[in-house]
Design a protein around this ligand. Structure first.
Ligand code: NAD
Length: 280
């Protein structure tokens, strides 16, 4: 693979485009309009400049990364891509429409991968004319720092496509794990019930938010406790993923507690809204 397309230059797309360009791939990132694109590219520039200031990256490496990176708002510019990674809004219809536009310009050998956290990868693959050359590349936020990529096998993904996506993730310097297309993949399947259980324990009087966080940090060596983590992920995102997991598995451990729903409806979304289990 030489040329990589990235759809979306938001939180995840910007990070994916940055690591792809930094790893030597010619990278083209596509956004909906010039203003959003400029904002996304400025975000990448800021992260790279910050790394140079801290002495973690040389000015030459920053320049090399930026030289590999171009932004566009035209799908036609993706025509030479060997792989297109989609990191746009978490809506099936929007993703389906984007794949159609990609497939109108790329060659038949081009792979498409989705960074979806919660949607069914097999359903997204089926929305394309190349369900065999489609898979999931699930990156973690912030992409340049987080080492893991879950590489998802849709029901239709061929072993060759899967292996190519595994190799691509490794070429970015990431640790790749191979996961079948099941709700939540590995990380969210195990993490979300843990977070929901922490909320239930707090409600049941087991401990304060602070004490539960301290206990899990110091007792388990976790970098942050469950309530700090829920606030960081976003209560709305946690609630959304929990509902999808509950819908898929129909197990009580995935059912979001009533208080989580109420907090989301009240706009207490965590760090991003200034208030969640903590106040920021
Ligand atoms: P975001 O809102 O920060 O960015 C999405 C970007 O996509 C926006 O800039 C938007 O303008 C752009 N966009 C929307 N429609 C588009 C289109 N048709 N073509 C091109 N660009 C389009 O969202 P995000 O947090 O970066 O999430 C993107 C994807 O990554 C979602 O599928 C999400 O589930 C997944 N994901 C998110 C996280 C996370 O921690 N936020 C982690 C892993 C995966």
């Amino acid at each position: 693979m030489k040329t990589i397309g990235v759809l979306g230059c938001g939180l995840m797309g910007a990070g994916i485009a940055q690591v792809s360009a930094a790893s030597g791939f010619r990278t083209i990132v596509l956004e909906v309009n010039d203003a959003v694109l400029a904002k996304g590219l400025a975000r990448i520039d800021k992260v790279l400049s910050g790394a140079v200031e801290k002495g973690k990256l040389s000015a030459d490496d920053k320049a090399r990364t930026l030289a590999n990176l171009t932004g566009t708002t035209r799908y036609a510019d993706l025509k030479d891509c060997d792989l297109v990674i989609e990191a746009i809004v978490e809506q099936v219809d929007a993703k389906r429409a984007a794949y159609q536009q990609v497939e109108a310009v790329v060659g038949p050998q081009c792979l498409i991968a989705t960074n979806t956290s919660s949607l069914c990868v097999t359903e997204l693959a089926a929305a394309t004319t190349r369900p065999d050359r489609f898979g999931g590349l699930h990156f973690f936020n912030p992409v340049p720092m987080m080492k893991l990529v879950e590489v998802i096998r849709a029901l239709t993904t061929t072993p060759e496509t899967h292996e190519a996506l595994m190799q691509f993730a490794r070429a970015l310097g990431k640790d790749a794990v191979s996961v079948p297309d099941r709700g939540g993949f590995i990380v969210n399947r195990l993490l979300i019930p843990y977070l929901l259980d922490a909320i239930r324990c707090h409600e049941g009087g087991l401990g304060t938010v602070e004490d539960i966080d301290t206990a899990m940090k110091l007792g388990c060596g976790h970098p942050m406790g469950p309530f700090t983590l829920v606030d960081f992920i976003g209560l709305d995102t946690t609630y959304f993923i929990a509902n999808i997991l509950f819908d898929e598995f129909k197990e009580a451990r995935f059912a979001p507690p009533a208080v989580l729903k109420r907090m989301v409806l009240a706009g207490h979304l965590g760090k991003k809204s200034g208030r969640g289990f903590y106040t920021y």
